[in-house]
Ligand binder design. Structure first.
Ligand code: COA
Length: 157
């Protein structure tokens, strides 16, 4: 299917809107969108891995947690800059999320991952994530926060 087939014009509150797949040229607009959001740390938390690339500060990866109203479960999403993947940043961010969850009494982290996402699955399995298959190639991840072994201790700053 061509991506243009996923485009749709709709009207929302009197405003004509084009709903279309996101594209690389949206980068600046996405940044503006995120800047406009204020985060409610009671139900949403995000940690960024910030490093120096070519002598400039850069955001190398982000882990986001969306905590349910009871505060016992949180949905986790992680993304690492493509060029920096495979060097342990995703692991660090996931373990940061686990340590944060422990401190807040969150018992389970969960999320969805495609069956072809070898890197995420490798990282998930190493941390004892339980995977439940859905028929459409999606796996449901569930992580028991208490049982995770933290492999990468943080150095004192
Ligand atoms: C999934 C993701 C967050 C992992 O981050 P990362 O920094 O690459 O992770 P790490 O380097 O800590 O470890 C990744 C694992 O992939 C393994 N790996 C490295 N290169 C690999 C490759 N080409 N194929 C498969 N596995 C690979 C690493 O050995 C490591 O495995 P291990 O846990 O068994 O040691 C990152 O790849 C990403 O941002 N992907 C795009 C967004 C995404 O898919 N997010 C997950 C959905 S929530």
């Amino acid at each position: 299917m061509h991506l243009s087939q996923l485009e749709e014009w709709v009207t929302c509150d009197g405003l004509p809107l084009l709903i279309r797949p996101i594209q690389a040229s949206d980068t600046g607009a996405l940044r503006d969108l995120f800047k406009s959001l204020s985060m409610d740390y009671a139900c949403e938390t995000a940690f960024a891995a910030v490093g120096r690339l070519d002598r400039a500060e850069a955001l190398l990866g982000v882990v986001r947690l969306c905590v349910d109203p009871e505060g016992r479960r949180a949905e986790m999403t992680i993304a690492v800059l493509t060029a920096e993947q495979g060097r342990g940043i995703g692991t660090l961010l996931m373990e940061k999320a686990v340590r944060y969850a422990r401190g807040r009494g969150i018992a389970e982290l969960h999320g969805m991952v495609h069956a072809s996402n070898a890197r995420m699955l490798s990282m998930a399995r190493r941390h004892g994530v339980t995977l439940l298959s859905h028929p459409d190639g999606i796996l449901q991840m569930s992580l028991d926060v208490a049982s995770v072994e933290i492999a990468t201790p943080c150095l004192p700053y």
